[in-house]
Write a protein that binds this ligand. Structure first.
Ligand SMILES: C[S@@+](CC[C@H](N)C(=O)[O-])C[C@H]1O[C@@H](n2cnc3c(N)ncnc32)[C@H](O)[C@@H]1O
Length: 194
């Protein structure tokens, strides 16, 4: 991996924790998924580049989940937890209740295991993470809410879209310029939950 590409250097210079931050900025500027008064739930948050950006778009507390620890950010409630573990749902519900969050207005996931040289395996694991994020959190998303998920594109991507798109008014696959050009990484955007 080229650790010193232009987005990596830009992220360091602009003090974001990851080059991934620029992907979210690009998607947000084009599709507007997060607004000032929105409660946002984030999966795959660490080290926190996306979280920093989300904080710039909303004034409300953000709930962020990752397997790995994260250096705290003001007004961010961090849950160290596993998307594939059913107990995560209970932990999120507890945090919502104690912070008086009824539902989230936007849910984003940049979660991904370390990629390998096996594209099919990467695709399947990423598809599974997306499925689990949807199953775990679709009922926590408000009417008209938006959802953004990273997926490594492959055979199951169409099946995934076909399963979930009817729950939203709009959907789109997008690939930000900040994604590495040869990567199978895409972002699936669902807007306006029915
Ligand atoms: C590409 S990084 C996210 C970068 C982050 N968006 C940022 O801007 O700093 C992917 C993250 O997904 C997390 N992840 C992978 N599998 C997960 C799982 N099963 N549950 C929770 N987090 C997971 C990893 O720990 C990793 O921190």
């Amino acid at each position: 991996m080229d650790r010193k590409d232009k987005y990596y250097i830009k992220a360091k210079r602009e003090k974001y924790r990851s080059r991934a931050a620029f992907k979210l900025i690009e998607i947000e500027e084009k599709y507007n998924i997060i607004n000032k008064n929105d409660y946002v739930l984030e999966f795959g948050a660490s080290p926190g580049g996306w979280t920093q950006i989300i904080k710039e778009y909303t004034d409300m507390p953000v709930v962020s989940v990752d397997l790995s620890k994260m250096v705290p950010i003001d007004n961010v409630i961090f849950i160290q937890g596993n998307i594939n573990d059913v107990s995560l749902h209970g932990k999120i519900n507890e945090i919502m209740a104690s912070n008086n969050i009824k539902l989230f207005n936007a849910i984003v996931s940049d979660a991904m295991v370390k990629t390998s040289d096996n594209g099919e395996r990467d695709h399947y694991q990423s598809y599974q993470l997306c499925e689990n994020v949807m199953e775990l959190s679709i009922d926590l998303l408000s009417k008209n809410g938006n959802m953004l998920l990273k997926q490594f594109q492959g055979d199951m991507t169409d099946e995934f879209l076909n399963k979930w798109k009817s729950k939203f008014g709009f959907y789109k696959i997008t690939k930000p310029h900040a994604s590495r050009p040869h990567s199978k990484e895409i972002y699936i955007l669902f807007k306006n939950k029915r």
